[in-house]
Design a protein around this ligand. Structure first.
Ligand SMILES: Cc1cc2nc3c(=O)[nH]c(=O)nc-3n(C[C@H](O)[C@H](O)[C@H](O)COP(=O)(O)O)c2cc1C
Length: 355
């Protein structure tokens, strides 16, 4: 059982998390046959992690990896979400027992999945492929997935999604956390075992020379007056324009449980895209800002910026037909133009304690 628990944990911690903060702690017990999953709020202090929503999505992805890995390596897993009503950070308990292994086509993808922030090569996605991506998370009852491939909607969505990256460069606190998570060289990547390698950010050789200057808010703030954030946004928009499909993950309610379910759905679609050898990037800044907007908590943004966030989100959601649901994430998919090895080398910091 010890080897199986270790394999499950190895799959779990490959999950994506906002800026690779890995906001989790896993405590596994061989004697009890269980894995307890805890949220560590101090690991993701981003402005975007409002009400821990980003971390809850990441935990959903981690849980989904556990369930997929369990099935594939021969374990039955009983999942109990929020097992302790007095501890909101006790996200889940997984009770693990022996079971015959079952083939799960998504298992291998866990170790290949990565965020690809480069420009993609667009292609005409077949209806069959679109459906298999859309249906990848059908087993998560609380969540639903939308995938759009038609050219005119994609074009409009890409234009609207540019405000996602633009806003990151227009808010001091969002900027501060993002840059605290950038690992500038291989030594920092290896030593920290978290954060985002500079090489994974989708910037070219020329941009890589200028980019270090942007770590200083005073520089970014000054350059914003001559359009820096708009150029960054435009680049994000063009990246979305290069995608063959744009998608949305939405959930019925706005509870911690729903965000975990949304994270599970996001991970399943991402793994299915990986299985189909598609490049994938989640776009989650805007939906998280919307959560702040709903509560009137967009502190630090001007009235004009709030309007941009509101108008863009509303139109995006209209195109996706979100209605009154809660958006967990948008995402883009396409064919990678770069070596996948570039992205899969990131480290995992927070492995589990095993008794
Ligand atoms: C809740 C959440 C929000 C994220 N938001 C974004 C985003 O807006 N843009 C982006 O490029 N990546 C985003 N990511 C991807 C993470 O940055 C990425 O998973 C992390 O750096 C680890 O890298 P990997 O996915 O290549 O393993 C997000 C991931 C999660 C789970």
């Amino acid at each position: 059982m010890k080897t199986k628990l270790e394999k499950i944990i190895a799959a779990a911690i490959r999950a994506p998390s906002g800026d690779n903060a890995q906001p989790w702690k896993l405590i596994a017990s061989e004697t009890q046959g269980c894995i307890d999953i805890y949220n560590m709020p101090e690991r993701d202090s981003s402005y975007l992690n409002y009400q821990q929503f980003a971390s809850l999505i990441a935990h959903g992805a981690l849980i989904e990896n556990i369930l997929i890995a369990g099935r594939a390596i021969g374990c039955a897993i009983k999942l109990i979400i929020f097992p302790d009503v007095n501890d909101a950070n006790h996200i889940a308990r997984c009770e693990v027992s022996e079971h015959a292994p079952e083939l799960d086509p998504l298992y291998d993808s866990i170790f290949k999945r990565c965020t690809n922030r480069n420009r993609y090569r667009s292609f005409d996605m077949s209806e069959e492929q679109r459906q298999s991506l859309k249906c990848a998370a059908d087993c998560i009852k609380e969540a639903s997935v939308g995938v759009i491939t038609d050219s005119s909607s994609r074009k409009r969505l890409a234009w609207l999604l540019r405000s996602n990256d633009q806003m990151v460069f227009e808010h001091k606190d969002i900027h501060a956390f993002l840059f605290s998570q950038i690992r500038w060289n291989q030594k920092e990547v290896t030593e920290s075992c978290d954060g985002m390698p500079l090489t994974s950010l989708g910037i070219d050789v020329v941009e890589a020379h200028i980019f270090p200057m942007f770590r200083f808010w005073s520089v970014v703030n000054a350059l914003n007056s001559v359009g820096l954030s708009k150029i960054i946004g435009l680049k994000g928009g063009l990246n979305c324009r290069s995608a063959s499909a744009l998608g949305v993950i939405k959930v019925d309610r706005r509870t911690p449980e729903s965000f975990v379910a949304g994270g599970r759905a996001l991970e399943r679609v991402w793994l299915e895209a990986t299985r189909q050898q598609l490049a994938f990037q989640p776009v989650v800044g805007l939906p998280l800002l919307m959560q702040r907007l709903v509560d009137g908590r967009l502190d630090g943004f001007s009235a004009k910026q709030k309007k941009i966030i509101e108008v863009a989100s509303q139109e995006i959601n209209n195109i996706f037909g979100v209605d009154d649901k809660t958006v967990i994430a948008y995402f883009r998919m396409g064919i990678s133009t770069s070596d996948p090895e570039q992205f899969t080398k990131r480290q995992c910091k927070y492995a589990a304690v095993l008794d």
